[in-house]
Design a protein around this ligand. Sequence first.
Ligand code: MCA
Ligand code: AMP
Length: 504
Amino acid sequence: MNNHMFDAVRSATAARDAAFIITADGSVWTYGDMLDFSGRLAGRLLALGVKPGDRVAVQVEKSPEALMLYLACLRAGAVYLPLNTAYTLAELDYFIGDAEPALVVVPPTSAAGVGPVAAAHGARLETLDNRGGGSLLDGIDGFSAGFADAARGPDDLAAILYTSGTTGRSKGAMLTHDNLLSNAMTLRDHWRFTARDRLIHALPIFHTHGLFVASNVILLAGASMFFLPKFDADEALRLMATATAMMGVPTFYVRLVQHPGLTREATAGMRLFVSGSAPLLAETHRLFSEKTGHAILERYGMTETNMNTSNPYDGERVAGTVGFPLPGVDLRIVDPETGVTVAQGETGMIEVRGPNVFKGYWRMPEKTAAEFRSDGFFITGDLGLVDGRGYVHIVGRGKDLVISGGYNIYPKEVESEIDQLSGVVESAVIGVPHPDFGEGVTAVIVKQPDAAIDEAVVLDGLKSRLARYKQPKKVLFVEDLPRNTMGKVQKNVLRERYKNLYSG
Ligand code: MCA
Ligand code: AMP
């Protein structure tokens, strides 16, 4: 047995001196650098006691070295566990306790805080900063670049990515080597990526979009990418003079269409703009096309499934749709209650099956079983329909979820934290239209009659508990929450009531 994912990366590596990563300061990592550095780092992981199957939890800033750590884990047979840099220590404690990694990697500045957490869960701690420093790289040159990759088959785990749970606990989605490889190959071919491509990579690398969709596709095409620490419209526009493609969340495009520099001329050398992770407004699609002549290609995926559907490369890219199921992906729309397929054109639950679909939730067999049908279809929680031409439309969510700037926020998690604050009777957290982030996290709170609590007190109380992007953009106080006859809070009533909160 060979190393399923990394063998494919090797085969795609056409020339050692071809550029793989171009950083913001213009330095270049070639494919040869990638092979050598990830090999040395895999050797270092082994020396640190990391064995095949061990989890390596990583919460570091974006850098070429951070991406090398992902590749080193693949090569060493370890399971890569990336964590959002915005997570607080309280959030980290849960992930480390649940995943029981052998190794935790954080920036040197976080070591003092995370050290005791890692130690409490029996994990070793090493550091890595975004300038090529940190204890993880101590003595790195002493390790052989010709690392013998660990044997890993298609079904072996490559990564665990946590997705927030609707009932509190986050779930670790287990992704295999073949989940990642099969999907990246499909996307490479579908979107026509070749060694001549240069991608603007401004996404974080701790989620599916930036790590797997963007980086794996580039690796498997032998292409290169401009690796930016974060999205900046000026910088993206500057790079469009030499780049060929960009992948982004809708907020990237919302910000670009507002930029006076977005013109036909500025985007003339670009061949592809991809959007995903959240719904792209048809209006943004229209404005972008009006200003540039490019139709943004929207696609649909999930952490659990990688990418499921995509608008066509050659055919019509229809605004407000996510296109067709990708080759190899079965997609059906069912009645959520009965599981029976609905008539064409009707709305129901989107279910998918294919080599892209994950293996299950880490140490949660009951949750895994509950989200799969007996014939192998995964229940996405997204509501949609397939139109007469076969385009999939996502028309809503069957799950209580807010997506802000491409990040998912589960209201339940925020409500639980708010409800613990002194003076709070109860709360409802909703997402309402936001001009920049798509949806703005909004808290609606009922307080005790004489409690001295206001927006500032609530936000202060959440600061150390929740990542910044999960914290409400606004906090509102009401006498009562609207309820239906069953006593359930009617979030749709609240969403309607506050729909203009961020636009007025
Ligand atoms: C930053 N802030 C946010 C967000 N990002 N608040 C809500 N939602 C966010 N997404 C906070 C900052 O901490 C800051 O707070 C304030 O909002 C404004 O920050 P700003 O500088 O404007 O933000 P930014 O640094 O420009 O970031 C916005 C962003 C970024 C570029 C949209 O969030 C981003 O890169 N998102 C991509 C997420 C992603 O990769 N998702 C893919 C998940 P303050 O100043 O008050 O402290 S994978 C997935 O969903 C599936 C599988 C799929 O289909 O792809
Ligand atoms: P995540 O948990 O980060 O994997 O987010 C996956 C969710 O993002 C999906 O279940 C959808 O609700 C949403 N999503 C991803 N892509 C799109 C899209 N193009 N349009 C609408 N929603 C999307």
